[in-house]
Ligand binder design. Structure first.
Ligand SMILES: C[S@@+](CC[C@H](N)C(=O)[O-])C[C@H]1O[C@@H](n2cnc3c(N)ncnc32)[C@H](O)[C@@H]1O
Length: 184
């Protein structure tokens, strides 16, 4: 794996994010389709593809990240991951594809957040869930400067504007919060 992706695999980060536990807590079950938007090195994509036999879409702007996911999936014998290159504003995935969409530490990197969240919501089936994991908007041991982070109230507003309802919220260690929304 390219060294620039190793920071996503930091053991403290993995322990706090606890992907398999977190995916189950969000509600991922076998048979569900999941879209991991900004999938990085596959920290959530790979365990998701072990929890469901249905398709797990890994959406990324970065070719190196997509290659890393494809290589790791092959090594693990996972055949249900579909890598999707993101270029431009839209995602090349049909409307109402997913039972769950994940945005793990990606939303704070996005400039046009309302459009990005609307596009995320488009991928969800009615009754499907969007889960956002982000850094607390204060200095914590890990993550970007506080000014580059996104607070929970802003995330709530963005998803409410996109027609999703808040369902759950839980902490993930010292650094991260997870908010879960339902498409109504
Ligand atoms: C901080 S990394 C997080 C990776 C992964 N979600 C994780 O938590 O391990 C953010 C990722 O989002 C990707 N990204 C940024 N903007 C994106 C966009 N508009 N669409 C898809 N991916 C994007 C970046 O290439 C990067 O790999």
């Amino acid at each position: 794996m390219e060294s620039k992706y190793l920071k996503f695999e930091n053991p403290v980060r993995l322990e706090e994010l606890n992907p398999t536990y977190t995916l189950k807590r969000i509600g991922l079950e076998d048979g569900m389709v999941l879209c991991d938007i900004g999938a990085g090195s596959g920290v959530f994509t790979l365990p998701a593809a072990q929890l469901t036999k249905s398709t797990v879409y890994a959406l990324e702007i970065n070719d190196g990240a997509l290659s890393a996911i494809i290589d790791r999936a092959e090594k693990l014998g996972l055949e249900n991951i579909k890598a999707v290159k993101v270029s431009g504003d839209g995602f090349d995935v049909e409307d109402s594809t997913a039972d769950i969409v994940l945005l793990v530490t990606v939303l704070h990197e996005i400039e046009s957040r309302p459009a990005f969240v609307n596009e995320t919501a488009r991928l969800l089936k009615t009754g499907g869930k969007a889960a956002v994991i982000e850094f607390y908007k204060r200095e914590t041991p890990m993550g970007p400067p506080a000014g580059h982070r996104i607070d929970e109230a802003e995330v709530l507003d963005l998803f409410a504007e996109a027609g999703l309802m808040a369902e759950d919220r839980f902490p993930l260690g010292e650094n991260f919060y997870c908010q879960v929304f339902v498409k109504i």
